[in-house]
Design a protein around this ligand. Structure first.
Ligand code: GLY
Ligand code: MN
Ligand code: MN
Length: 428
């Protein structure tokens, strides 16, 4: 990646922080990367993930125990230099980035004494007298929704890896692999360990595809493998991809439904241009799912009748998508301003994580789905006797679990860049 992208990213970030410092009447902001955390009564630690607002500043995986101090034009990086014979050394990564930082190796917290008086901390652990400031973080979260060109390049690299993984997973499944072996094929192709992925891989065969966050990986392949739903990503410099593909073993009614969902997903993704209220797209996806239910003989009611009775919500209970960045469900998706006012999701779709109007260079997922979830189908039958659903057809499709198709896109003024489809076209 070009160093100029990173330099420009630093300039933009610094500008955002200087504006925040002026609004909060601060002379400095300290950002902590965080420390390892431990299992209860155990000396084994959880997999470490740096605090995203700290990771955002640096073009490598940020270790625990770092602090970033913003007070002048050149940011300071306090690097943990403690001696430890149990673990590997933690050398400061080489690179052109160093020219833009004051790097201060530190054995302890003495660096705190040189901070100015008006200073605020953001980060998971207090340091010295400093406590985390939630209002400052909320302020900074708002701008994190808009990605710099460096961040988009990192997200592209994360998509690149994940698409290779998805292709390997599809091949493994079609060649006879179990969920577990499909998961291993994905990890190998993306050169990730399971704890490196941005979220636990969802590798679901058949009915498991109806469990939205299915995290188990069965070692035994079912007798009749019908569907593979893989929702999995990768990371680059802390930035995540979040991609879902549904693969079918047969050409049948369900594969026809998957093909139509694919067309619906692409049609909606293409409309995610700057200025669009995301909730409008979510509503279009519900209309689209109602259309699929009707076309595929799952529900005989018209789209209008289905929406009135909230039928599609029982087959598609989640939101159309969310912001994507250093966090998979990236921050600021419901914020209307830096002060933290929010647009709440509609009562009928409480899980929509993105309610903002889209702007140029937001990166987000578009991920409509349609599932046969026994709990929700029972609820529908109990609460809505005039549901118009074809229960025999649902019973026929239930073993397939469901379908979700998820791409990562960059919002533009004129159009949309689909980072995921670009890469499937290149590698597929
Ligand atoms: N992988 C979690 C999600 O798609 O939101
Ligand atoms: Mn997602
Ligand atoms: Mn996902």
């Amino acid at each position: 990646m070009q160093n100029s992208l990173y330099i420009r990213h630093l300039e933009i970030l610094l500008q955002r922080y200087l504006v925040a410092m002026s609004s909060f009447k601060l002379d400095a902001i300290v950002i902590a990367s965080g420390k390892p955390s431990y299992y209860f009564e155990d000396d084994n630690s959880h997999p470490y993930k740096p605090f995203a607002a700290a990771q955002q500043w640096l073009p490598f995986d940020l270790p625990a125990g770092c602090y970033i101090v913003i007070q002048h034009d050149k940011p300071e990086l306090i690097w943990p230099a403690k001696q430890d014979f149990w673990h590997m050394d933690n050398p400061i990564p080489e690179g052109e980035w160093q020219a833009h930082w004051h790097i201060i190796p530190a054995l302890n917290d003495d660096w705190l004494t040189s901070l100015p008086e008006r200073v605020a901390l953001i980060g998971p652990d207090p340091v010295g007298p400093l406590q985390h400031s939630p209002t400052l973080l909320t302020w900074l979260n708002y701008d994190r929704a808009t990605k710099t060109d460096y961040e988009i390049a990192c997200l592209e690299a994360a998509s690149d890896l994940a698409v290779k993984g998805h292709l390997a997973a599809q091949s493994a499944f079609l060649a006879g692999a179990s969920e577990f072996d499909t998961h291993l094929a994905y990890l190998k192709a993306t050169t990730q360990d399971a704890c490196d992925t941005p979220y636990p891989n969802i590798v679901a065969i058949n009915e498991h595809a109806a469990v939205l966050h299915y995290e188990q990986k069965a070692h035994h392949r079912p007798f009749r493998p019908l569907t593979l739903l893989v929702d999995a990503g990768a990371q680059f410099n802390g930035y995540a991809s979040d991609i879902t593909r549904t693969t079918t073993a047969l050409q049948d009614d369900f594969s026809a439904l998957v093909a139509d969902m694919d067309a619906l997903q692409q049609g909606i993704a293409a409309q995610a241009v700057a200025g669009t209220p995301f909730l409008e797209l979510h509503q279009k996806s519900l209309i689209g799912v109602a259309g699929l239910l009707n076309k595929h003989d799952i529900c005989s009611l018209s789209v209008e009748e289905q929406l009135e009775k909230r039928i599609p919500h029982h087959f598609y209970p989640h939101g159309l998508g969310h912001l994507l960045g250093l966090q998979v469900h990236d921050v600021g998706g419901r914020q209307t301003n830096p002060q933290g006012q929010i647009i709440a999701p509609p009562k009928s779709s409480p899980f929509v994580r993105l309610t903002r109007h889209l702007n140029d260079n937001m990166v987000l997922t578009i991920e409509p789905g349609l599932y046969f979830i026994p709990m929700l189908l029972e609820k529908l039958r109990a609460e809505q006797p005039q549901h118009g659903c074809n229960l025999d057809k649902i019973e026929q499709l239930r073993p397939y679990g469901g379908v979700r198709i998820e791409d990562n896109i960059v919002v533009g003024v004129e159009g949309v860049r689909n980072l995921t489809r670009e890469r499937f076209a290149k590698y597929g």
